[in-house]
Design a protein around this ligand. Structure first.
Ligand SMILES: [Fe+2]
Ligand SMILES: [Fe+2]
Length: 281
């Protein structure tokens, strides 16, 4: 695989016995998890208890679907937290004051802790496939090509604002008490990351070129957040291809369309929160 240096999601881990690893372990210890309550999130979390199709699967197939969804839920967090390394580095460089650089340095440190809180719970080792969710490609594009104001808005206002709601749902529905506690710790920091982004963005007056960038990347983010359909994908990987009728019924049962409308409304409210409502994303 070609090495991508513009974002840190695909950066490789060093061997466990290296000195760097030992120092990092001392500074940010990674707790061993004595036992895991699996699944971390049950069928209810994904609204699958309401799906006739899911209920018709064998117990083994249902377990496979839930395991895969659990795996992706954790891998998405892992990649987003890992993305925070290069995001922090870029924002430290772009920051205008000592205070702003200091906050982004602390921000990047938080993302290190978050990733290491999650790593012990991963279900299939360190993932390397960012195609699991279109949001991850949107993130790498955003970091690669956009201005500071656009990055603050898309990553801290939209993504982290949206992430708060997503993490809250994961925390509330988690059956494993240790993972639940880890998510509670992450949430406390993410409130500050989002708050910092909102404060920074509220005072900004965008140039025409920046407005264009904000609209482009926010549109890509919105599309990526609303186009993913993990539940359908997880079932198809277990049972094989679903007919159009089965897909429609599944989407109806798990309230897929309502959830997409809710996501769009949430993005609009985050946009209004910082006074960007006139951009009509
Ligand atoms: Fe984080
Ligand atoms: Fe964050």
């Amino acid at each position: 695989m070609e090495k991508q240096l513009d974002h840190s999601m695909l950066c490789e881990h060093s061997d466990e016995n290296t000195s760097l690893n030992k120092i990092l372990n001392k500074l940010v210890p990674m707790d061993k998890v004595p036992s895991k309550t699996l699944p971390y999130w049950s069928a209810e979390h994904y609204d699958l208890h309401q799906s006739k199709l899911f209920q018709s699967l064998s117990l083994e197939q249902q377990t496979q679907v839930i395991f895969r969804l659990n795996q992706w839920s954790l891998e998405l967090i892992y990649f987003i937290e890992k993305f925070g390394l290069n995001y922090g580095a870029k924002m430290i460089e772009l920051a205008d004051s000592v205070e702003e650089k200091s906050l982004y340095t602390l921000f990047a440190g938080d993302e290190v802790r978050h990733r290491r809180l999650i790593e012990p719970f991963l279900l299939a080792g360190h993932p390397t496939d960012i195609s699991i969710h279109p949001l991850l490609t949107a993130l790498s594009n955003c970091l690669n090509s956009h201005s500071k104001h656009n990055l603050t808005f898309t990553i801290q206002v939209i993504l982290e604002g949206f992430g708060l709601m997503h993490y809250q749902a994961l925390q509330a529905g988690c059956k494993d008490q240790n993972l639940k506690h880890a998510l509670t710790q992450i949430l406390a920091d993410e409130v500050n990351h989002h708050g910092m982004g909102v404060a920074q963005t509220k005072s900004v007056i965008l140039s025409m070129a920046e407005k264009k960038q904000v609209i482009e990347s926010s549109t890509e983010f919105t599309k990526s957040l609303t186009s993913a359909n993990w539940v359908q994908k997880a079932i198809e990987l277990t049972t094989g291809h679903l007919t159009k009728q089965q897909v429609n019924e599944l989407k109806q049962d798990i309230k897929w369309h309502q959830k997409q409308s809710f996501k769009i409304e949430k993005i609009k409210s985050l946009t209004n929160k910082v006074g960007f409502g006139d951009l009509q994303l």
